[in-house]
Design a protein around this ligand. Structure first.
Ligand code: C5P
Length: 291
């Protein structure tokens, strides 16, 4: 058994994200096409005398190193799904994905922990992985395979789609933060009252694989995010004006992104110069784990 197991945990963007009805369990029905990116955290697991966690890297600030971290919870969730004791492990995450930005970094770290445990623990079935993933969070089941996929229900019903051809992606990371961000943004949508179906997601899913630009995409949270995050509307306007292209919100935000031809990313990344945001140029990436 190797001393340390390592894996990459990619970021995601939502190409579409349509939020529908509130369900009896308080979650919202949604329909979303998700896409993994080349930008990734690195996750490592090693046996330890007691559970422990260490977070390093450019976006380590403020990331919890206890049971508040989804990666930590993933160990317990998989043990529970298998009816076994959780093994004490030291989890190390090198955080290259901005945290709490709408890029799914925390959920992806946790999914990578699940995938690594599947190599380490005997008898880990796909169904145990799916149960553990759904228990950890709504974005979690998508990250078990990654690539391009349609997520429905509260996010746990995942259908793989044909891989998007490689696109350039530029992420614009504003300094804005919001406590309980995802729940707060869903509540803002409730107040707004508009309930959406799966129109854009279904239409795009049928056309894939296809080249896209921001103008082909859709995200319900854009209706409320610009009110929830101070300064975001101004940043978005400045980026659209400087690039002449459609800029979209990543998940529940506040990260904004551009998507387009791979050779367009360098020019677009320069649009961040002098604005109150960090720019990260990356690309779409297919599944690391799909079998
Ligand atoms: O499942 P997860 O912990 O990622 O969700 C965070 C919060 O976002 C939930 O507590 C819920 O308020 C909201 N949510 C929702 N509908 C979804 C996913 C999340 O209302 N489909």
């Amino acid at each position: 058994m190797p001393e340390e197991l390592r894996g990459l945990a990619p970021a995601k963007i939502n190409l579409t994200l349509e939020v529908g009805e509130t369900r009896p369990d308080g979650y919202h029905d949604l329909s979303s096409i998700l896409q993994t990116l080349a930008l990734a955290d690195e996750v490592a697991l090693r046996p330890a005398s007691a559970p422990a966690m260490e977070v390093t890297g450019p976006f380590a600030d403020g990331v919890p190193t206890d049971a508040a971290n989804l990666a930590w919870r993933a160990v317990d969730a998989l043990a529970e799904a298998l009816g076994r004791d959780p093994e004490p492990l030291r989890i190390r995450v090198d955080k290259r994905i901005p945290a709490a930005g709408g890029l799914g970094g925390g959920a992806s770290d946790a999914a990578t922990v699940l995938r690594l445990l599947a190599r380490r623990w005997p008898g880990v079935t796909e169904s145990a992985l799916a149960t553990a993933a759904a228990a950890v969070g709504s974005d979690e089941p998508f990250f078990l395979a990654g690539g391009t996929a349609l997520a429905e229900g509260r996010g746990e019903r995942v259908t793989p789609l044909p891989d998007l051809p490689e696109h350039g992606v530029v992420l614009f990371i504003p300094p804005a933060t919001l406590p309980n961000k995802t729940a707060t943004l869903f509540r803002a949508l409730d107040r707004d009252g508009q309930v959406e179906g799966a129109t854009v997601s279904t239409a795009l899913a049928k056309r894939l694989p296809v080249r896209v630009t921001g103008a082909d995409l859709y995200n319900s949270f854009e209706r409320v995010a610009f009110d929830c995050f101070p300064g975001l509307a101004e940043l978005w306007e400045a980026l659209e004006e400087r690039t002449g292209e459609a800029i979209r919100l990543a998940g529940a935000g506040p990260t904004l992104f551009w998507i387009g031809p791979p050779d367009g990313a360098a020019r677009v990344a320069r649009a961040a110069a002098g604005l109150d945001c960090a720019g990260i140029a990356t690309a779409t990436a297919g599944s690391l784990w799909r079998r």
